[in-house]
Design a binder for this molecule. Sequence first.
Ligand code: HAS
Length: 541
Amino acid sequence: NRLDARLSLYHFYAAFTALLIGGLLGLLQTLVRSESITLPFKLNYYQILTAHGVLLALVFTTLFIFGFMYAGVSRTTGELSSHRRKSAWIGFILMTVGTVLGVVMILMNKATVLYTFYAPLQASPLFYIALALLIVGTYFASYAIISQYNGWRKANPGQKSPLFAFMAVATLVLWIIATLGVVATVLFQFIPWSLGFQEEINVTLSRTLFWYFGHPLVYFWLLPAYMAWYIVVPKVIGGKIFSDSLARLSFLLFILFSIPVGFHHQLTEPGISESWKFLQVILTFAVILPSLMTAFSMFASFEIAGREKGYKGIFGWFKGLPWSDVRFLSAFIGMAYFIPAGAGGIINASHQMNQVVHNTIWVTGHFHITIGATVILTFFGIAYWLIPHLKGRVLTKRMNALANFQIILWTIGMFIMSAAMHFSGLLGNPRRTQNTDYNGHEVASQWGSYETAMAVGGTLLLFSIFMFLVLIIRLAKTEPIGKEEFPIGTALDEEEKLPKILENWKVWVGIAFVLILVAYTIPVMDIIQDPAPGSPGYKFW
Ligand code: HAS
């Protein structure tokens, strides 16, 4: 549908603008840290770090994800009804206004609080209002998609819903439950405090509410990439989705386990007792399970495709994969990156090992190979077929080859940068600091060459972004008119009966809330009563 295509395209254009500016700021950071430049126009390091994090981690991802979801939901459930489309446009406008307002505040140096906006760093109230607008915008967008799915189910009673729409709804259910935490802290803590209605703020509570949201946020980024892996990749490789039910179950498990785990970001913080941290670490290990199920399912899809093409032996099928097709290659490299990235996550979550890596640039390395490699490479791959599809053009062989080059440039740049981050993190290099040699201390003297490597990697990444944008503009404007496929895979066993419970949302949302209450009620009550036991902390109200 042309109107739905337009909706998606606007989301993509706004997302790619954020990618360009955010990417440029990322390179500046690596150049400042490696002492290659000093910043012009009285900009400071933390200011550009804030803009980089907000534009890439919060804005680019959110806009891209909604653009992708609208396209897939419209494709698999039929065009959006006009009131749903209207809601989607309201969402888009709110998100864009929120973004512009937030970025202006950061550029005015009135919101230099980093993307996690930890108290007691304080920003202008307008920055928090900008964040609120962004989130309210996503609620309008979520309404459009969830009600479209409900409408489809009503019109098709007893039928299995399209997998794409189901996965989109699961991702948004996760998002809505997760954002309750950040909405609470922004509305009831940050806005009153920044307006001067409250003199003090409960720092531990604000961080706890942030991380209640912050960890599921990473799965809000990951799950759309998984949608492409489960649904698009099998079709592109000429194979099948290994199991429709398994795919749905893995998404539902994310709703259960991704939220009651925020303490694994706060393992070194006072004010939360060790036993509650321990419980949330166990739940963190549970949230690894759906990713392992996904890995299993991917290998199964690859093997099925290879065997159908006649490849034999234990790994013979590997040769039968379409290595030169950017739609596959980008997703595959993303998957390959996720193996060390996931292992890094498991290290972070391991209570004792977290003491070694926490607040070092290792963590920055971890999130660059998760979101910056696994997720973004998959998003690049999606853009290469979806933009021409929506514009009624085709991805030609020549463009495919150039796109592969761009993907490889990104892969190499990210490898150099994130490896340097991981290794120098283990040597104690702190994250979120402007370059310092700690008065010539010998430990700090080991970090210099790694900082240079980060700048080299960052430069390749920026070139890769430029190239991506040029290719996307060409795909949207000048490539031959035609029909580019929207690849939607089918399950190996199309007759497979879906256990009814898998679409009983009340059950899954109910269990998710029980787990959240178990993991959070008592520690949050403790934090409200005594924000930072034994230290001159900050009180609520
Ligand atoms: Fe994380 C910090 C733990 C996944 C993002 N993480 C962060 C931060 C971000 C982030 C942004 O426990 C920093 C926040 C800040 O600013 O402070 N993370 C985990 C764990 C996982 C995990 C256990 N993180 C992610 C994903 C992210 C992301 C995904 C973004 C998209 N993370 C942590 C912890 C911290 C943390 C602590 C806090 C650290 C601290 O102290 O501050 C798990 O979900 C990972 C599970 C993944 C796997 C991998 C499965 C592999 C698959 C690929 C199969 C490959 C195939 C291809 C089929 C178990 C599915 C075959 C290829 C061949 C080559 C053969």
